[in-house]
Design a protein around this ligand. Sequence first.
Ligand code: ATP
Length: 202
Amino acid sequence: MSKYIVGLTGGIGSGKTTVADEFSRLGITLVDADVIARDVVKPGTDCLKAIVKQFGEQMLLPDQTLDRVQLRTAIFSDPDKKQWLNALMHPAIREQMLKQLEEAESAYCFLVAPLLFENQLEKYVHSSVVVDVPEQVQVSRTTSRDDVSTEQVKNIIKAQISRSDRLAKADVVINNDMPWAEVKPKIEQLHAKYMALSKKKT
Ligand code: ATP
């Protein structure tokens, strides 16, 4: 098990994946909360079976995967159903996340979670890194990457923790509002720091 766990977060389009991929290239294991949240409802899982039992076969797409849009619609205006779903999903996600963190073998590892602070996942990490860019950069990078409108991105930003609260909770901030060639050496420095910290822990 990695001796040191670092939480990596940031708002939509801030550059979490880009930063995480760089650490991965340096040999560091990434545990990705979003990937796990998708994995626990894959066909054949207990979670997907429970969802179909509760909400019906219409929750399945023709290829038998979860119809996320249908599910979102079903829970949208029904707090009880939303609570039921959270009570099902959260323990399954937590269990899988802890298992993967336990299995991580690099000197230290990352828990990559867009909602690290919103979902109180910081209790599982020794330290947190926030990837930060101003809101207009989040909007411009996300709209040029995905087929989404400025308004959709702004709504997602509004639903996430505020930039100032996120920064206040961060142990380390990576300013990603600069060319990648300038960010990369900072990541290498941070890697050296976490390698040293993880050695101290052993
Ligand atoms: P999401 O929250 O939507 O999953 P994210 O935080 O993982 O996004 P990325 O996908 O890593 O963000 O980055 C968003 C976009 O910005 C990508 O197209 C990426 O290539 C680009 N990008 C990341 N860092 C930089 C940078 N320093 N300079 C220019 N473009 C960048």
